[in-house]
Design a protein around this ligand. Structure first.
Ligand code: CP
Ligand code: NVA
Length: 309
């Protein structure tokens, strides 16, 4: 059996997403399956993390495995050892890897050289585990996914890309509003559009945030300055100001709309504090749901590889 990686949502089917959501539900209810019993899983992170790191570590523990956190600062990678060599060596000790890095190409290099499954814990281009757990959160709240409108307001970044890919596969209507020049990658938009059509959903990208939130069931945002973009902070903050999630913008969404943010948030920049702590926000529940979804992901991608080594 050859190993299988989770690098983006592109190769993931609607049926697989459905399985993951149902499985996450089981784990959230206290399911005690231990598909990683006796396994060691490495988390090699080049960028900082609170949610992804801790929820994956706890998920691995709960599944009977042992997590090993590997900061890039402590790996020989820092001194120039190639990814390919590192991935080969680590594959000899570990049963799986969760990688957080900058360029998506670097993640592809991990995937190509590791002989154990590699899971994307965020790259500049994709954040698939985030989007999968967000679908779980939405499903739990709305009891369905198909036909719901998700308005993503802000930077067309890694989170936006994965939400486009995720929403398109489950028949959601995904509307993205970003300032000119900061929209999602047209290639990802195009393939999400095609996928959405197949599943009865839609994808649209515009500049006007008021247009995007109209009739939205979910209003979602993320930081204006992602990790690695710190030099663009001033320029970005100026361009993104009209894209803040506040009470005025929310007045154009459905009265029962839910507000989401992958976190960490810059309060009173991309989202006002009153919205973040207000009755429509499910932001902290969203963060909590990373844990059961990561259990489901680990079971499917790493637990299923039992005989691959
Ligand atoms: N949302 C998310 O991935 O958070 P961390 O950067 O804290 O992992
Ligand atoms: N877009 C953000 C997401 C953080 C979870 C970043 O890449 O920094």
């Amino acid at each position: 059996m050859s190993k299988r990686d989770l690098l983006s949502l592109d190769p993931i089917s609607a049926e697989e997403i459905e399985w993951l959501i149902l499985r996450a539900k089981v784990y959230k209810k206290g399911g005690t399956l231990q598909p990683l019993k006796g396994y060691a899983v490495g988390l090699a992170f080049e960028k900082v993390s609170t949610r992804t790191r801790v929820s994956f570590e706890v998920a691995i523990l709960r599944l009977g495995g042992h997590p090993i956190f590997l900061s890039f600062d402590d790996l020989q990678i820092k001194r120039g050892e190639p990814i390919a060599d590192t991935a080969r060596v680590l594959s000899g000790y570990l049963n799986g890897l969760v990688i957080r890095t900058y360029e998506h190409e670097k993640l592809l290099a991990w995937g190509a050289s590791a002989t154990v499954p590699v899971i994307n814990g965020l790259t500049d281009r994709h954040h698939p585990c985030q989007a999968l757990s967000d679908l779980f959160t939405i499903y739990e709240r709305k009891k369905k996914l198909k036909g719901l409108k998700l308005a993503y307001i802000g930077d067309g970044n890694n989170v936006a890309h994965s939400l486009l890919e995720a929403g398109a596969r489950v028949g959601m209507k995904v509307a993205v509003a970003s300032p000119k020049g900061f929209g999602p990658d047209p290639e990802i938009v195009k393939s999400a559009e095609e996928m959405a059509k197949k599943h009865g959903g839609s994808v649209s990208v515009e500049e006007d945030p008021y247009w995007a939130v109209e009739e939205a069931d979910i209003v979602y945002t993320d930081v204006w300055v992602s990790m690695g973009q710190e030099k663009e902070k001033q320029k970005r903050e100026k361009r993104f100001k009209p894209y803040q999630i506040n009470q005025t913008l929310l007045a154009s969404a459905r009265p029962d709309c839910l507000v989401m943010h992958c976190l960490p948030a810059n309060r009173d920049e991309e989202i006002t504090s009153d919205v973040m702590d207000g009755p429509r926000s499910i932001i902290f529940e969203q963060a909590e749901n990373r844990l059961p979804m990561h259990q489901a992901i680990l079971e499917r991608w790493i637990g299923a590889q039992k005989d691959s080594k």
